[in-house]
Ligand binder design. Structure first.
Ligand code: SAM
Length: 207
């Protein structure tokens, strides 16, 4: 696919180093290995660190992100790690990722890692993600909470793009939460996420 005109994420990622590093997010590294291998969708996946990790665990992975540079780097990381994944360069609000592209089933797992969008768009994406899960399908979410506002360790500089645990809990109809916490963690994810940060961690299951 020819690369689209550069967006601001392309510009951020257009560097030999990976902006958020090549290793998976620590919350996902802790929780993904507990899932049985299946189909797994990573929304707003960026440079592919989490998709590559999921593929290394035996999941069949589709990543979706609007950054063409992110896609190229994700596929390069996958090749270097000896795993395969599919990666669509697309807008998560427009692309139809409701079912997997291989057999057309709802997803066994969906990952949202720092997938911050403007509030109305985020709410729509979250509702679509909940609806796209198979019965028993798992939802893993890691994001910055509103308490992160003003900190330099990462995240959007807009309060309304940051998340609130109570609001998030209600944005995934049909998903029961096994873990839903806000806490302070020490991030060491490339140059992009570094230092003490306030995050939300959620693990859910579609009923
Ligand atoms: C903070 S980065 C997170 C990247 C990745 N999930 C990670 O944790 O390494 C946010 C990502 O969201 C993507 N993004 C933002 N809005 C998007 C949209 N409407 N459709 C697809 N991707 C989008 C950006 O391209 C960027 O890669």
């Amino acid at each position: 696919m020819p690369e689209q005109p550069a967006n601001r994420w392309d510009q951020r990622y257009d560097h030999p180093r990976y902006y958020y590093g090549e290793e998976p997010n620590a919350f996902l590294a802790a929780h993904l290995p507990a899932l049985p291998p299946g189909t797994l969708l990573c929304l707003a996946e960026g440079e592919g660190r989490n998709a590559v990790f999921a593929a290394s665990l035996g999941h069949r992975v589709l990543a979706v992100d609007s950054s063409a540079v992110g896609r190229r780097k994700a596929l390069d990381l996958a090749a270097r790690r000896g795993v395969t994944l599919d990666y669509r360069c697309a807008d998560v609000l427009v692309d139809d990722w409701a079912v997997d592209p291989w057999v057309g089933r709802a997803w066994d797992a969906i990952v949202l890692c720092f997938a911050h969008l403007e509030p109305g768009d985020a709410e729509r994406m979250h509702a679509r993600a909940a609806a796209a899960l198979a019965p028993g399908g798992r939802l893993l979410l890691n994001s910055f909470s509103k308490a992160q506002f003003g900190r330099a360790s990462g995240g959007p500089p807009r309060l309304d793009w940051l998340h609130d645990l109570a609001t998030l809990r209600g944005q995934f109809p049909g998903v029961a939460w096994e873990r839903a916490v806000e806490r302070e963690v020490e991030l060491a994810e490339g140059a992009g996420h570094r230092g003490a940060a306030m995050v939300i961690e959620m693990v859910g299951r579609r009923g």
